[in-house]
Design a protein around this ligand. Sequence first.
Ligand code: ZN
Length: 119
Amino acid sequence: MNNWPKGIVVGGATYAIEYAPYQDGLDTQGENSNLWGQVNYRKHLIRIWTGNNDTKQEPSECLDTLLHELLHIVFEQNPAMGKLLVNSDDAEVIITCLARTLTDTLVRNKVILLPAGEV
Ligand SMILES: [Zn+2]
């Protein structure tokens, strides 16, 4: 993760970014089985799991995860957006679709050049 940012400013708030191979401290079964990132609003901390040998995330997948967590912060910082949604699951669907499409667009058009090699 040498070339990946260790921190980022989102809407004026500075968040640290940690990268780890495993989801330490989390139950990875059930609803967390597809969890590749997490944001802690109180600690201003974004955690990205890069995976291990069996489940290694590609750089584009880590970018997708990072954008996903950034979008969660955008929703957190703008509660009026959340009020437009019918239920809380809507935000997750919207964020997942936005992050996936933005990742593809930014990478495919070389707006973001991902570092070569492992994340
Ligand atoms: Zn999410």
